[in-house]
Structures are given as C-alpha cells and as structure tokens.
Design a protein around this ligand. Structure first.
Ligand SMILES: Cc1ncc(COP(=O)(O)O)c(C=O)c1O
Length: 432
C-alpha cells in the first residue's frame, strides 16, 4: 500500500492560486481522489512527489507507448538538444521521420507535421473542405477529435438526430453549423445524413475503434460501408488515429482493418512522449498546402519532436515488439476477466492492440452506445482510488494504456490488485 497523497493535495491547492483550476487540462480536474503530482517515470512505472511508485496505465493519457524515459528516445532528444531546438526552417530529421512514418503506414503518400492531435484534425478538416469545395462534415456520436470549436460536440451525449451538441460553454453555435452527427456502427444513420444534404458533405470523420468510448473492434462491414458511402457521394473519409495510430500496430487501424481512408490524423504515441502529430494521406489532398490551403504552426516539425518520432519509429519497427505487446495485453485482459468472474461481478473486459477496456456493469461492450451506460461512478470514484492506494495508476472510464515496457511482473501485480479491489467493492450497477 502507498502512503496517502497529502503532498499532492497541498500542491494542487497551491496550483489553484496560479494556474486556472490548478490543472493544465480540464479533464484532469475530474480524476479521483484528485490530481496526483509526479516526480519521475521509468519504463512502466511512475513515482509521485511522496516517493510512492505506481504501475502506470495512464501513460501520459496515451502517448507513452514506449513507457517513461525510453533510453533510445532520450538519447536522440538529448543529442538534438545540444544542437539546438528550433530553426524556423527545415531540418533533415523531419524528412527522415516522415519517410519512416509513411513507410510504416504503407498507404499514405504525404504528411504534414503538427504538435497536437487537435491541430492534426484541424488541418485535416480544412483540407477536405478545400479539396471538395463543400463545408459539411459528419462525425459520429461518442467520437472525441480534439477541443477545437468546430468538432467538439456530441462527445458523450448524442441523440442520433444528426445535430451536434456542444461539449463546452463558450462554443458559438455558429461553429457547429456545418457539423452533423452520425452513429458509430450504424451505416443507415450515416446514409440518412448524406441523403438529407445531397452534394454538401465534404467528409466523414471517424475514430475507427471509438477510442474514447469503447476502444472496440468496429462491426463487420462498418468501415467498408463508410468508405462506400463517401465514394458514392463524392466525399472523403478521414480516420482519426490519434489514439489508435501505432497502438494497433505500425500501420494503425488501416493495417488492422484493411480499409483505406483518404486522410488520417495521428498524435500521442508517434512523439514518444514529446508533442508531435501528423495528418497523412493522399498527395493530391495534402499538396493543396502548396496552393491556397494554409497549414501553419511555429513549432511544427521542431527538431526535438522529430528526433523523438525518428527514434520511436526505430524502436517500434524492431521485430517482435508488437507480438510482445499483444501478448502482454492478452494476459492482462484474461487476468482481469478471471478476477471479475471470481467475484461474480458483471464486468466486460477486452483488449485491442496496446489498449484494454474494463466496463463495469456490462456483459460486453460494442461501442459508444453501451459504453455510456456502464457504471463509471463505480470505476472512477470507488475503484480508481483503491487501485491507486495499491500502486496502480489508472485512467477514468475504464481504459488502460499499455507500453512496450509492461511485462509479466507488472501484469501479475495489477491483476492481484484488481482481484483484491473487486472483492472488497459492492457489485457495479448492471445496465439491463
Ligand atoms: C481520438 C482523438 N483525437 C484527437 C485528440 C486530440 O489530441 P490532443 O489532445 O493531442 O490535441 C484526442 C485526444 O485525446 C483523441 O483521443
């Protein structure tokens, strides 16, 4: 058991006097018992300011696919640090990193570098509108694609009625005027949106595994059906692979499911812990930036981030890396499932690539519709603090990110903690 978190609570109280809300991303204010302050991380473990060590399944909210302080990434970044961090021109590493990333994808001809997933989605949306000369974009309920005004809608609450429900106060209604909301795994709902506005839809934007609301395998034929609908209506298909990119394999969702979009966005894991993101895809769309479509960003392709991408791609391209991740993920999923079965609690557990999902109160989870009905109060408020006290650092809402550095010892410790906590908690509310 770790000591309690009084120093972190003191730090949070102090932060609230200088940083708005005391946290640097709104979602961190909802974690229980409260945001923890960390001093260091190494491989699969992270250490807080009171010297408590945890097995880390948060991994920076996804990016640390190689774990903390990976030596190869660290060496590349340190070498670049000594040579300078920003040139405001070209650097050769941005080309090498692009070549390696495109080779790993196998289907994309060009990319543009940015810093965050939000920026990559922003330029993707601009490119599809520029290419088609149309404004309307269809996203799917339960999809999170970044926090910019024009697409930050119907992330958790959605009615299937096609219109977008803003996710934050301060989003002007006009910013969502060209956004429509379809349903994940429901081709008819998407077809109806196309039919309602013939010749107006520029693109469908989909997170292939609905990473923020399920991390699921899409229903058979769903991605193929979206591809077909887009082709029939002269629209483009964008995969948001900010989470699934590299976590599902080197070629991401396209490699896994065999459906090729026109553009795909990447972020999180590609930077090995530094801020790097990309939109990749068809040359005729991305090369619009050489004409009238603007892509900007002071820190785009900065040498530090590019050195980290370059090293990350080298590590992940090594033989045996992905089979090992899949093996770790499978052992973890089976262990948690067995622990849940022993208590008789109804808890769905599944894994996809380097991500696992535990949904309390559900027998299985197929996508956002059932995801939003799970007993997240049980997970967030009851289970997460108990697991933290046992040295396991978890995300809210059931998602566990794995890294190449998690191995059998971490899995065994984690499963033992789950078994103990499952046994001491009341059963989660079961959704009928
Ligand atoms: C699927 C998806 N797209 C886009 C984003 C936005 O990425 P960022 O937080 O780097 O702006 C996220 C962030 O969680 C995401 O999960």
């Amino acid at each position: 058991m770790v000591s309690q978190w009084s120093a972190s609570k003191t730090a949070l109280d102090r932060a609230q006097r200088s940083i708005g809300g005391g946290v640097t991303s709104s979602v961190r204010s909802s974690v229980k018992p409260h945001q923890i302050y960390f001093a260091s991380g190494n491989g699969p473990r992270i250490v807080d300011i009171e010297d408590n060590s945890y097995i880390d399944y948060v991994l920076g909210w996804g990016p640390l696919l190689l774990g903390h302080a990976h030596p190869q990434v660290g060496a590349a970044v340190k070498a670049q640090l000594d040579r300078g961090t920003l040139f405001g021109g070209g650097n050769l590493t941005e080309i090498v990193a692009a070549e390696k990333f495109l080779a790993a994808l196998g289907w994309a001809e060009r990319l543009l570098w940015s810093n965050t997933g939000t920026e990559a989605v922003q330029i993707a949306l601009r490119l599809v509108r520029s290419h088609t000369g149309r404004d309307v974009v269809i996203k799917l309920g339960g999809g999170y694609h970044g926090w910019h005004d024009t697409v930050f809608a119907s992330v958790v609450v959605y009615g299937g009625g096609g219109s977008a429900i803003p996710h934050s106060a301060g989003q002007p209604a006009s910013s969502l005027a060209d956004l429509r909301v379809g349903l994940y795994n429901d081709l008819d709902a998407c077809a109806a949106l196309f039919a309602a506005e013939p010749g107006r839809v520029a693109a469908v934007l989909v997170d292939p595994t609905s990473s923020n609301t399920g991390s699921v395998v899409p229903a058979p034929g769903f991605l193929e059906g979206l591809r077909r609908l887009c082709d029939e209506h002269g629209a483009l298909l964008i995969f948001d692979e900010v989470v699934s990119g590299l976590r599902l394999g080197l070629a991401g969702a396209t490699g896994r499911f065999g459906v090729t979009p026109d553009l795909a966005t990447f972020g999180k894991a590609i930077g090995g812990g530094l801020g790097a993101s990309a939109v990749a895809g068809r040359a005729d769309i991305i090369d619009l930036v050489t004409r009238d479509t603007v892509h900007s960003g002071t820190f785009n392709g900065n040498p530090l981030a590019m050195a980290a991408v370059d090293a990350t791609m080298d590590v992940l391209s090594t033989d045996g890396v992905y089979p090992q991740i899949e093996n770790t993920s499978r052992t973890l999923v089976e262990g948690i499932r067995a622990a849940a079965a022993k208590t008789g609690h109804t808890i769905a557990v599944h894994g996809i690539g380097a991500t696992a999902l535990v949904a309390p109160g559900l027998p299985e989870i197929t996508g956002p519709d059932d995801f939003i009905t799970a007993d997240w109060h049980w997970w967030d408020d009851l289970l997460v603090p108990e697991m933290l006290a046992r040295g396991i650092y978890l995300l809210p809402h059931g998602r566990l990110f794995l890294s190449t550095e998690h191995g059998p010892a971490e899995v065994a410790e984690t499963v033992a903690a789950f078994a103990e906590v499952f046994a001491m908690l009341p059963p989660p509310r079961v959704t009928s």
